[in-house]
Write a protein that binds this ligand. Structure first.
Ligand code: NAP
Length: 169
């Protein structure tokens, strides 16, 4: 099992910690997508089967080692490997990898949160009570502290956002 890599979780949330609806993200934020690409390119990403299906064309992310958690898919597809659980996923991480990103969705975030070192949260200043998937409120969970808060900007539809970094206390 790979022991050296740092495990980071990266997520885009609203003020009420909503992350998705009907298999889609909630807020269109091209700046955040560019930052996500910059941070994750060249590294390993771990995602759930439903998040894979939500990507354009249902295809894995290019220029990254994609690991998909699933109990229902029988075989790996083009550009990704499958794992039946966290232990198997960790075993697929290349020994030379230094950063592994947990990229969602809700089920995977909740089960892998105890195993990550840091959470990179893009906080959008809007509420979405109509969402159907949610991230745990890190301000209400023991063991996590807000270490950094950087201004992000404003999305094309006028929603202000910030980049937050939570670390283990
Ligand atoms: N805002 C964001 O940053 C962000 C990021 C990513 C996704 N999302 C959103 O999140 C939503 C999807 O979340 P979700 O919770 O429905 O789905 P998900 O976490 O993407 O995928 C769930 C599936 O992953 C597999 N899985 C999860 N944990 C597993 C484990 N420990 N071992 C083996 N397989 C495991 C299972 O697949 P099988 O059913 O095949 O067994 C499960 O049905 C979408 O709306 C998406 O747009 C938001």
């Amino acid at each position: 099992m790979d022991q050296r890599a740092k495990y980071l979780l990266i997520v885009s949330v609203t003020e009420d910690w909503a992350i998705g609806k009907d298999g889609c993200m909630l807020v269109r934020n091209p700046d955040d997508l560019r930052r996500f690409k910059t941070l994750t390119t060249g590294h390993t990403v771990i995602m759930g089967r439903r998040t894979l299906e939500s990507l354009p064309g249902g295809r894995p992310l290019p220029n990254r080692a994609n690991i998909v958690l699933t109990r229902s898919l029988d075989a790996e597809g083009a550009g990704y490997q499958i794992a039946r659980g966290l232990k198997e996923a960790k075993g697929l991480v290349a020994p030379a990898e230094d950063e592994v990103f947990v990229i969602g969705g809700e089920t995977v975030y909740r089960s892998l949160l105890p195993c990550v070192d840091e959470c990179l949260v893009t906080l959008h200043h809007v509420e979405r009570p109509d969402a159907d998937t949610w991230f745990p409120n890190l301000d209400a969970i023991d063991g996590w502290t807000l270490a950094e808060r950087e201004p992000g900007g404003t999305t094309p539809d006028g929603t202000p956002f910030e980049y937050l970094t939570y670390v283990r206390e």
